[in-house]
Design a binder for this molecule. Structure first.
Ligand code: NAD
Ligand code: ZN
Length: 378
């Protein structure tokens, strides 16, 4: 089958690779209908991680079940399903507690597993024609048959639940004000989720005009950080107090955007932006520190965090991978009910062979390249 394969920094190709097969009785193999490119793929694409050549990318996957292992009882051939980007067992202590992003079974030595992601286990990605899904009865979320809402449902694999997770980490309540840093797909989904949860004012900080326009379109207040300190701009809009809650949907990308100069720029700006006793939800990715590791990113894992200011203001903070399974069923049902249309972020739907060019353009954040869906059937 064809798949998107990482070759070296800034280069992926579409290659023939071996077809996936049932390896465990609890596996299914799905025929991919949509697999999205994520900002998280760019960490590997730009060579900031230890990703080895040969990895098949793709952790935002949906499709139709093609084959089931002998131990699969709930999911059936022909089911239309979307997979959380987290590969999770469903029976370990963390999964039982709802923390499927931190499954203790699938990936020894690192918290949590994912498809097509360096350090997150041996699972091949779904930017391909087929994908093996482990612990399929647990991981597959069934969808209405047909092809309706394909773009909305595809976002249930990661960015919609991840955006929602950010608002859950920050415990966004009705009437509250929220500052979201990053108007990438994840930040936009966090802003959208904050509005769904009844926030009164949601500020979205970025410098990309097309992304800020999307934020405005859903009813958020765009803040262009290239026009002056975003924290001051937001304080001006909140009677000088700062917001109740803050969300980091940038992570160490901020360092790349700032020319490698200001690690932790977003977290520390959030500490300034949120009012005393507020809460922060951090879904932007910070790679773990790896002493002696090969990349700048590894150093950023131990970043220059303003602990004193954090303490002085009595802030609270939640971090980490989204536990997609905790939210995807409810978010699916909002889509089915017509109460959520997350696909407003989708900018391109492309065949698999367009991936190398799409990666380049998404990576450069070219105008109008917000969220790319790869659809092998096109
Ligand atoms: P993206 O790169 O498309 O978006 C990041 C946005 O941040 C860009 O629009 C960029 O212009 C903006 N930005 C850069 N510096 C900034 C600054 N100083 N202030 C405000 N905005 C700034 O990526 P994405 O797909 O939206 O993902 C965002 C982050 O979320 C990434 O770090 C990704 O790895 C992470 N992520 C985490 C999870 C999770 O489960 N926790 C899941 C998916 C993605
Ligand atoms: Zn993703």
């Amino acid at each position: 089958m064809k798949a998107v394969v990482y070759q070296e920094p800034f280069r992926v190709t579409v290659e023939d690779v071996e077809d996936p097969r049932i390896e465990q009785p609890t596996d299914v193999v799905i025929k991919i209908t949509t697999s999205a490119i994520c900002g998280s793929d760019l960490h590997m694409y730009e060579g900031r991680t230890g990703a080895e050549p040969g990895i098949v990318f793709g952790h935002e996957n949906m499709g139709v079940v093609q084959e089931t292992g002998s131990g699969v009882t709930r999911v059936r051939k022909g089911d239309r399903v979307v997979l959380p980007f987290n590969v999770a067992c469903g029976f370990c202590r963390n999964c039982l507690g709802g923390f499927t992003g931190f499954c203790l079974t699938v990936n020894k030595g690192f918290a949590g597993g994912a498809y097509g992601y360096v350090s997150m286990g041996p699972y091949r990605g779904g930017q391909a024609e087929y994908l093996r899904v482990p612990f399929a009865d647990f991981n597959c979320l069934q969808l209405p048959q047909g092809d309706e809402h394909e773009d909305d449902f595809a976002l249930l694999a990661d960015i919609f639940p991840t955006g929602y997770h950010a608002t859950e980490l920050a415990k966004v309540s009705p009437g509250e004000t929220v500052a979201v840093f990053g108007a990438g797909p994840v930040g936009l989904m966090a802003a959208y989720s904050a509005l769904i949860r009844g926030a009164s004012k949601v500020f979205v900080v970025d410098k990309q005009p097309d992304r800020l326009r999307l934020a405005e379109q859903i009813g958020a207040i765009p803040v262009d950080f290239s026009q002056g300190d975003p924290s001051e701009q937001i304080k001006d809009g909140t009677h000088g107090e700062g917001t109740d809650k803050g969300i980091d949907a940038v992570g160490y990308q901020a360092t790349a955007a700032a020319g490698g100069e200001q690690p932790a720029v977003v977290l520390n700006t959030l500490i300034e932006t949120v009012r005393p006793t507020g809460m922060l939800g951090v879904v932007g990715l910070y790679v773990p520190a790896d002493p002696g590791g090969p990349t700048e990113a590894a150093k950023i894992g131990e970043l220059l965090f303003k602990t004193g200011k954090f303490f002085e203001k009595g802030l609270k903070m939640g971090t980490g991978q989204a536990n997609v399974k905790t939210y995807n069923r409810q978010l699916r049902d909002l889509i089915v009910a017509g109460r959520a249309t997350p696909s407003f972020v989708v900018s391109q739907r492309l065949p698999l062979h367009a991936a190398p060019d799409a990666y380049q353009r998404f990576d450069k954040r070219e105008e109008g390249w917000t969220k790319v869906l790869l659809q092998p059937g096109r």
